[in-house]
Each structure stands twice: as C-alpha cells, then as structure tokens.
Design a protein around this ligand. Sequence first.
Ligand code: MLT
Length: 206
Amino acid sequence: MPAYVHHFDSGPNLAAPPLLLLHGTGGNERSLLPLGRGLSPGSALLSPRGQVDENSALRFFRRHAEGILDLEDLAARAREMADFVATAATRYHFDPARLVAVGFSNGANLAAAMLLLRPESLAAAVLLRPMMGLDPSPAPDLAGKRVLILSGALDPIVPPADPARLEAVFRAAGAEVERHSFNTGHGFTQADIAAAQRFLRPAVYN
Ligand code: MLT
C-alpha cells in the first residue's frame, strides 16, 4: 500500500457510500472527519494525509506559488491516490465503485484530477472551493459520474472564473455537474454542508 498516513473508519451503514476525505492545505487526516460524519453518518470514511510539506503545511501536491499549481505533480499524485484508494478498498472491504470524494481546496483540486485522470477511482465528487486544474485532452468519459462544485463569491484564493471553467471541463467529459456559489470566502459554511447533503442524498438512501 503506498505510504499514506490515513484514518479509516468503517461506518455502521453498509448501504451508505464510502467517502474519501481530502483535506485542504495545512490540514491532516483528521481535519474533515466531522464534515464526513455530518454529511453521511453511516458511511465508511477513508481520510489520507497529504504528503507534500510546504513550510510545515501539508498538501496533496506541489504548487509554484499561491494559486499557481504544479500540474505535473498534481497529475502524478492524482494517479498515486487512485492506486492508494484501490488498495484501501481491498484492505478495508468497501466498494470502490461507490466511493465519493469530499475535498476541500487543495483536496478538491486533487479529487477533480482523480476523476479526470482515473475515472474508475470515484463515483462522484464534492468539490469545496476548487480551482481550475487539469483539462486533459482527449477528455475522459465521465458519463454517470456526478460532480458538485461549491465556490465562494468572495474567495480571495480561487480566481473568480475558475469554478465555471471547471464545470465546463466536467460537462465536456459527460459528467453530471451541479454548481453553486455562496456569498462567502474560502472557508466552507453551513450552506456548503447543506448543498453537499442534498447532493449526497440519493447515494446515501438508495
Ligand atoms: C491549492 O491547491 O493550492 C489550493 O486550491 C489553494 C490552497 O490549498 O490553499
């Protein structure tokens, strides 16, 4: 198994989709556990820790500067995370075909890259404050995949045009995309949580 420090919590409800929690810059494998539990109380939670150390702040991939992502590193680490998830599914006995990524900021960017480069690794993704990252050509086939993009209209980190650009990339690949912008900044709020709960509802209760 690739060397990701991680937390795994087998949820009490096998019918609920397993969640892959991907934290933001400066977080760790525990940061999004309360969010994951709040979104889907019964789900198994797999929460890895980013391996890139940026001045003691952990991330999932490198960046050249704030807002300037290292796309080559992003692509390599997205593939690595897809491999990790496949191994973890065998080890922890969750269904990888139902895995939903919930990523915040840096973790949202990684989740988007995973869907674009290794579509089989995720069924859906909840992207909280993502930036525009990869735009692979040819586009992958993301038919049947669901993506939720949640952005902040006052976000000082994500360029204002990025959420719509990312939506266009996913739509061009055939994914079903829902996008909302809230009147807030980079941090996520109760409105994000409510939107994510609505988005997950069909997967949680079916
Ligand atoms: C990034 O990946 O660099 C983010 O979108 C911004 C951050 O993590 O602070």
